[in-house]
Design a protein around this ligand. Structure first.
Ligand SMILES: [Zn+2]
Length: 452
């Protein structure tokens, strides 16, 4: 079955009726025709493009919920990181695949059809490269293939413990790479690339990668591959960058490197007005992770000023305290409502419906950050779509203009019923075909890791 007739489908120019969607064996859309009919096609009521999760550290799924106990000192990002380090020392490649597979089943069931994996756990527990330097990256890609989600694998450049090329700490030994290591891993992954798998790269941050190392990485990376970096997530990072370079992080990045649409700046939480303008003008995507940023106490991104200047954004689940794009978009908007004491803050003059704007804008930004043809129901794009649960009370009698508002802002039931990803039905009736088997593996892996 390579056709679907949608009573209502969200196309790039908005909701259309009676849309016939066709895709090919390779999983790409070949035709999208509104006002069509087809007596033989399967039918659905509400169809929207699947969301792109533009920032994931898959192994952190196994820590979600374990870091919510206060310590003796004010808890912060940095104390969370200490626990993450201890956990990361123990994970085997097999466990990494299992944890990623569980995460990707959850992501698919909640409406993500693609993920950008910011992958930094690359060495063995002793700090040596595996015989295949891409061993752990390949495991994560294998998890994506097991579950059917599309993936942009971003091996991470992680060379230093802090600004000024500070030596890594012992607990960071599994993360250690220089630009040459990352380029070798990228080359080793060349045979994994296909319509569902892209490979880019990610300097971890200006703390963990020097400008010289980042330049070497960019020079060696094939053109047009996605580049992601964490930036300005915490005020301590801003202060350290000011002390090191007399520049704020985004200002320093922009001065030192040519930042353009190939880049995704993850978090970009703490910006001056000039930095906010600079990102918007660069064409880079701001990679916003509202539930993780809230969980870690990072701060609030200046969304209103950024959107007013045409800035592009997408959302990611990052530490995986949530696996739902609904929750990311809801908290993105709610953070702004609380800050500005206002409603429908992200709505724009050209799109007054805030749910529609958030979903469409995050699709466009996510697709750009993934470096894959995603985020729209249009010929040539991947056949990645969600069929919403037309029988759910939240959608009873709904008009198209209220569907995404209901999806993003009403209740906690999962309205995603069926998920087509790369032309394959991977979720039917809310269930992933392999969720029991993968769930059992995940529970066994967690039991081993959490008791160690
Ligand atoms: Zn991150």
């Amino acid at each position: 079955m390579t056709r679907l007739l949608a009573r209502h489908a969200l196309l790039p120019d908005g909701w259309q009726r009676d849309v016939l969607l066709e895709w090919d064996e390779g999983g790409s859309l070949t035709a999208v025709r509104p006002a069509a009919d087809d007596a033989h096609a399967a039918r659905a009521q509400w169809v929207v493009p699947g969301m792109i999760n533009l920032h994931s550290h898959a192994f952190q799924r196994a820590l979600a919920g374990l870091t919510e106990v206060a310590g003796d000192t004010p808890d912060s990002f940095w104390s969370w990181r200490e626990l993450m380090y201890r956990f990361a020392q123990r994970i085997t490649p097999e466990q990494m695949q299992t944890i990623a597979a569980q995460l990707y089943v959850e992501c698919l069931r909640h409406g993500y059809t693609a993920v950008c994996e910011f992958h930094y756990l690359q060495r063995d527990p002793d700090g040596a490269l595996y015989a295949d330097p891409a061993e752990t990256a390949r495991r994560v890609i294998a998890a994506a293939r097991e579950t059917g989600i599309g993936i942009s694998m971003l091996p991470v450049l992680y060379a230093y413990a802090g600004f000024g090329e500070q030596a890594l700490r012992p607990e960071q030994r599994r993360f250690r790479t220089d630009a040459g290591d990352v380029l070798r891993i990228v080359a080793a992954l060349e045979n994994e690339r296909d319509a569902q798998v892209e490979v880019g790269a990610a300097p971890h941050s200006l703390r963990a990668a020097s400008v010289a190392q980042i330049r070497t990485l960019i020079d060696g990376l094939p053109a047009a591959r996605p580049l992601h970096i964490h930036i300005a997530e915490q005020m301590a990072e801003v202060e350290q960058c000011l002390a090191y370079a007399a520049r704020r992080p985004v200002q320093y990045l922009m001065e030192q490197l040519s930042i353009d649409a190939r880049w995704c700046l993850v978090h970009a939480t703490h910006l001056s007005a000039d930095e906010c303008t600079a990102i918007a003008r660069s064409g880079a995507v701001a990679g916003l992770c509202p539930t993780t940023e809230a969980n870690l106490g990072d701060g609030l991104f200046p969304l209103v000023d950024f959107l007013a200047q045409g800035g592009r954004f997408g959302v990611g689940s990052d530490s995986h305290v949530s696996q739902s794009p609904v929750e990311e978009l809801r908290w993105l908007e709610y953070g702004q409502r609380l800050r500005h004491q206002s409603r429908n803050v992200a709505a724009q003059p050209q799109q007054r419906r805030v749910g529609d704007f958030l979903w469409q804008a995050a699709l466009a930004g996510g697709a750009q950050a993934a470096g894959r043809p995603l985020g729209q129901l249009a010929p040539g794009a991947r056949a990645d779509l969600l069929v919403l649960d037309a029988g759910h009370p939240n959608l009873a009698g709904a008009a198209p203009e209220h569907v995404l508002g209901s999806l993003v802002f009403s209740g906690n039931d999962n309205l995603v019923r069926d998920v087509l990803c790369g032309g394959r039905w991977v979720v039917r009736g809310g269930r992933h075909a392999r969720q029991e088997e993968i769930g059992a593996r995940f529970k066994a892996a967690c039991a081993a890791l959490r008791s160690a």
